[in-house]
Design a protein around this ligand. Structure first.
Ligand SMILES: Cc1ncc(COP(=O)(O)O)c(C=O)c1O
Length: 384
């Protein structure tokens, strides 16, 4: 497959020239076409007589189809949920765990993908097993070493949220299946920036919050539910998820049956047109750019950032063990106090997570943004 370096897309964002926003892992900016779509959506609330009953379903089905395309599956396998934690709770409520059974997670994994499992382990007499990264930065091997006969649930990301550490979830998925463990993925920090194919990885559940690399609004996330789990128990029992809810005149003919596929897991009041129409526009744009191309373009920029940082004596994880859309500058003795605030005062935006300065650019960033970052870090003459 050939990858294309995509052109700079800053013109699609309301991003003044003096802003160096290098923090997509925190929250992506909403692109102007998505803002316009949200404006059209809110108009339905301004004039509700234009929002017919079928509109409650039309836009959400468009969004479901786009999310399904993003992960190479069909709409029936996708539920619309408000957050990663909601999706993970659906998984935790449906997967069983035996006494002494192990749930495998990473050290310093994002809390939305920890708390539901801690509660599960407590309730079932199971055990949390925390995998530590290998000295050379290799998470995949560390996880493969930890999977064993007692492993029942493997609950992981593909990109460590704090520093971009990479996990090969296809290889891990196979290892999990070999011991009959269930695989639950939180791809909030990679979906949209790194290709992902459910058919290759075969997770049981996968969720991704939509407001980072999927470039959508807040409070919208996508949950993949493998077909064998689709007769499971939803987190909430809302009217719209029951069979025949499209017919508003018969809603009190209460139904035991659900809408098909993963739709039974949809959140209540999913049909918020401003939010859903904005998300459709963003996902369509990502698909038009092509996730392979996004990954390749961000990867090429970040490889230069990482090289420059290494030449300056900064410590960056080896490229093989780093997700292409992330660079983390590691400070073994801890990040200097107030560094992120000092940079923000110069309109340079990054995050500090643990012992690392997390740099996560997107297609709106320029070489000037990166040069300003290095200058802000005290390397005024760094060239990338
Ligand atoms: C890996 C990861 N998962 C999930 C989230 C957000 O979780 P939630 O959607 O539950 O708020 C974040 C936010 O930073 C994250 O980095």
């Amino acid at each position: 497959m050939t990858n294309t370096i995509l052109k700079n897309q800053r013109h699609l964002f309301d991003m003044p020239d003096d802003i160096a926003y290098l923090n997509c892992a925190y929250m992506s900016p909403l692109m102007t076409p998505a803002v316009d779509a949200a404006g059209q959506g809110i108009q339905y609330k301004v004039q509700p007589w234009t929002y017919g009953g079928s509109s409650f379903f039309t836009y959400t089905e468009q969004l479901r189809a786009l999310a399904a395309k993003m992960i190479n599956t069909k709409s029936d396998n996708v539920a619309l949920v408000p957050s990663a934690s909601y999706g993970i709770q659906v998984a935790a409520n449906n997967i069983s765990l035996s006494r002494g059974g192990e749930i495998l997670v990473l050290k310093d994994q994002f809390p939305s993908h920890i708390y539901p499992w801690r509660e599960k382990a407590k309730a079932c007499g199971g055990k949390m097993v925390t995998v530590e990264r290998r000295e050379n930065g290799d998470w995949t091997k560390a996880v493969l070493d930890a999977v064993g006969a007692r492993t029942e649930i493997v609950a992981l990301p593909a990109t460590h949220w704090a520093d971009g550490g990479y996990l090969d979830v296809e290889i891990i998925g196979k290892a999990a299946r070999d011991v009959d463990a269930k695989l639950v993925l939180d791809l909030t920090q990679s979906l949209g920036a790194m290709p992902f194919d459910v058919q290759a990885v075969q997770p049981d559940f996968m969720v991704a919050a939509g407001y980072k690399w999927l470039m959508g609004p807040y409070t919208l996330a996508y949950l993949y539910v493998a077909p064998e789990w689709q007769d499971g128990v939803p987190l909430e029992h809302n009217w719209m998820n029951r069979k025949g809810s499209e017919d508003f005149s018969r809603l009190v003919d209460y139904q035991d049956a659900f809408q098909p596929g993963a739709r039974r897991f949809d959140m209540g009041e999913k049909s918020n047109p401003a939010q859903v129409m904005a998300a459709c526009t963003s996902l369509q744009q990502l698909l038009d750019w092509g996730v392979e191309n996004i990954s390749h373009t961000l990867g090429a920029r970040n490889a230069r950032v990482a090289n420059t940082a290494r030449q300056l004596g900064l410590h960056v994880t080896e490229d093989n063990f780093r997700s292409p859309h992330y660079v983390a500058l590691q400070y073994k003795e801890g990040v200097p106090d107030g560094l992120a605030e000092k940079l923000a005062a110069q309109n340079i935006f990054v995050s500090v997570r643990g012992n690392a300065v997390r740099i996560t650019p997107h297609l709106y960033n320029t070489d000037t943004d990166i040069e300003r970052l290095f200058a802000g870090l005290g390397y005024a003459r760094a060239r990338i």
